[in-house]
Design a protein around this ligand. Structure first.
Ligand code: NAD
Length: 274
């Protein structure tokens, strides 16, 4: 029994009644956790993202072995808005119409506002926000026609509150929550839901780089930098895991979550409760 047994399904090119999920930035970190959980719950996956081709091959083989899902990879560079359209077209051609779109790809750049390079600002906004808009725009007509769709935007605690030196990231994540709400309103009667997940600290390559930078700039160990990072923001004092976020994505994709749209789900160990 799959998590979405009671919601509408459609035939994939293989004739099976499985959902098709496109997860951007799923070659590592949170996106991979979401792809793994959706595949385990019975979805075929368009695994999208950059990275070393041999590691991606390994990830695909592992996911196939664990879940029996069809897994197809796309490596479109989402710093160009047209790449999101190419990605959706390729996913549709290879797996069929998209039932679940997870806009997860994201990058970070850290600098004070007055030193923030405009090209870095444009890059962060393009990958974290514009690509989600373009992908959403291109899946909506077929979701509306089939009267089923799940759109999940992976924002951040930084969609709700700010931290110094993260102007582009914080602006992009606040923007992504705005896009979530507008998409939810425009699709509220179409069998489509659009929700956002706002994780706190999750130990992924994106955050490992920030821990490393903190350790170097303060001349402290990685363990001390990790303790400081969690201590500053996350009352639980532990990382949220990609698997926990994956399970939430499965729930939000299920028929039990049909009444949730435009919601912002915090998974931040208490960060934004303060
Ligand atoms: P990650 O670095 O492990 O993964 C990022 C993914 O995005 C990778 O698959 C990468 O290939 C892809 N990507 C990066 N640039 C791209 C580009 N130009 N074109 C296409 N794909 C690109 O990071 P993560 O921590 O797993 O982050 C995933 C999402 O979760 C991001 O949107 C991030 O902002 C958000 N998030 C992360 C945390 C955290 O603590 N790690 C917290 C809150 C929100």
């Amino acid at each position: 029994m799959t998590a979405w047994q009671n919601s509408s399904t459609h035939s994939s090119p293989t004739g099976s009644q499985r959902k098709v999920a496109l997860v951007t930035g799923s070659t590592s970190g949170i996106g991979l956790g979401i792809a793994r959980a959706l595949a385990a719950a019975g979805a075929d996956i368009y695994l999208h993202g950059l990275g070393d081709p041999s590691s991606i091959k390994e990830v695909i083989a592992q996911l196939k072995g664990e879940t029996g899902a069809r897994i197809v990879h796309g490596g479109q560079d989402l710093s160009r808005a047209e790449a999101a359209l190419e990605m959706v077209a390729d996913a549709r051609e290879q797996l069929g119409e998209i039932d679940i779109l997870v806009n997860n790809a994201g990058i970070q750049h850290v600098a004070p506002v007055e030193d923030f390079p405009i090209e870095k600002w444009n890059m962060v906004l393009a990958i974290n926000l514009t690509s989600a808009f373009a992908a959403t725009q291109s899946v909506l007509p077929s979701m509306k026609a089939r009267r089923f769709g799940r759109i999940l935007n992976i924002a951040s605690a930084h969609g709700l509150v700010a931290s110094a030196h993260k102007s582009a990231y914080v602006a992009s994540k606040h923007g992504l929550l705005g896009l979530t709400k507008v998409t939810a309103l425009e699709t509220a009667r179409d069998g489509i839901t659009c929700n956002a997940i706002c994780p706190g600290w999750v130990k992924t390559p994106l955050v490992e780089k920030q821990i490393q930078a903190k350790a170097e700039s303060l001349g402290i160990s990685i363990n001390e930098a990790t303790a400081q990072l969690l201590g500053e923001k996350q009352p639980s004092q532990r990382f949220v895991t990609p698997d926990e976020i994956g399970q939430m994505a499965v729930f939000l994709s299920s028929s039990a979550a049909s009444g949730m749209t435009g919601s912002i789900v915090s998974m931040d160990g208490g960060w934004t409760a303060q």
